[in-house]
Write a protein that binds this ligand. Structure first.
Ligand SMILES: C[S@@+](CC[C@H](N)C(=O)[O-])C[C@H]1O[C@@H](n2cnc3c(N)ncnc32)[C@H](O)[C@@H]1O
Ligand code: SF4
Ligand code: SF4
Length: 330
């Protein structure tokens, strides 16, 4: 299947694998407070919720069973910080035992014997660690605990190779106008370490965010973005990188709004929030639209409505394009 994304000056065809994926925001809290995080968009932070949601949610194993029944082939856990969940590895194991591929994105600060055991057991097919730079001053300015994350990442990759773990290790690098150079250095380091997958994600910030001007990519960054992509390209020989169709969307999206004729959202991709509510896609505007909510994992109504792809959407933006990576196995 393909999606056609139409801009005033070009069309981009984006392949959509026929392999439904659920992006499950397992938890609404986090132990960090990254300045650009989605959690900061309404002026708050995921850290404020931390006391509320550390307990395990006994309903979630039932939710996991329902997702399995729906024919989901892959689950990607995110949050907040998913590894804060006490039952994280139980949930991962449930899916893996049901033949469903599992991935998680973590901030990389939590790596104890529990995580080591979980990774060794193969309960996750891929663990993505979020880190944006090798430079601690940038790393601690917009995220936190940079040296701990780098140290944990090194340990995880080393153990993965030494003990031949099946779990792939990847990096999610959020790219802003201030780390375009740094992300190349990080990618080279990752390739030398034996990281399996390196994904670049453009920072998305709402218009009124205090860091919008400071971090968001704009037209005068295009030469540096082009240079980044060119320098990444040779690294494809040693590790998996972002899909070329996804990278080809960055420039037109910076320059112009576009439309997608048939999105994967609502059919090949479902978003699940920490309360088990299901929506079609991450774009806040679209979630508000009636019909884009698919109900709740506790009810049966989802079965009647899924799949229901979003047609002709003009909201395509950096808010949602990292989802293009997810549907391609990221
Ligand atoms: C919201 S976090 C949740 C998982 C985990 N806490 C982490 O940091 O990896 C998921 C991913 O979104 C990225 N992210 C957060 N805020 C972002 C933003 N405003 N624009 C683009 N990516 C962002 C993070 O760096 C991370 O890779
Ligand atoms: S670690 Fe992840 S969820 Fe937590 S504040 Fe940072 S980006 Fe947000
Ligand atoms: S807003 Fe949703 S439906 Fe529209 S392009 Fe983005 S992910 Fe697809």
């Amino acid at each position: 299947m393909e999606a056609r994304i139409v801009f005033p000056d070009r069309e981009i065809i984006f392949p959509i694998p026929d392999e439904p994926i659920a992006l499950w925001h397992l938890i609404d809290s986090c132990n960090l407070e990254c300045a650009y995080c989605y959690g900061s968009f309404s002026g708050g932070s995921y850290k404020q919720n931390i006391r509320k949601s550390l307990r395990e949610n006994s309903a979630d194993l039932d939710h996991a069973r329902r997702l399995t029944d729906l024919g989901i082939r892959r689950v990607h856990f995110a949050g907040g910080e998913p590894l804060l969940r006490q039952d994280f590895w139980q949930l991962a194991e449930h899916f893996t035992m049901s033949g469903i591929r599992t991935a998680a994105t973590t901030n990389g600060t939590i790596y104890s014997s529990r995580e080591e055991e979980g990774l060794r057991s193969g309960a996750l097919h891929r663990l993505m660690v979020s880190i944006d730079t090798m430079d601690p001053s940038y790393g601690n300015l917009y995220r936190e605990k940079h040296s701990l994350v780098l140290r944990n990442l090194e340990r995880i990759v080393e153990q993965r190779h030494k003990d031949n773990w099946s779990t792939e290790i990847g990096i999610y690098c959020v790219v802003s106008r201030k780390n375009l150079q740094d992300s190349i250095e990080l990618a080279r380091w990752a390739s030398d370490q034996g990281v399996d997958y390196f994904s670049v994600q453009p920072v998305h910030l709402p218009k009124d965010h205090r860091l919008k001007k400071e971090l968001s990519l704009r037209a005068d960054d295009l030469p540096d973005i082009k240079a980044l992509f060119e320098e990444l390209e040779p690294l494809r020989a040693s590790m998996r990188l972002s899909h070329p169709s996804y990278l080809s969307l960055w420039e037109p999206l910076i320059l112009n709004p576009g439309r997608i004729d048939r999105c994967f959202a609502g059919s090949e991709l479902l978003m699940i929030n920490s309360r088990g509510e299901i929506t079609s896609c991450p774009a806040v505007e679209l979630i508000r639209v009636e019909g884009r909510r698919f109900g709740h994992l506790e009810g049966d109504q989802i079965r009647d409505q899924f799949p229901s792809p979003v047609q002709d959407c003009g909201l395509i933006s950096f808010d949602c394009i990292c989802m293009f990576e997810f549907v391609h196995g990221g």
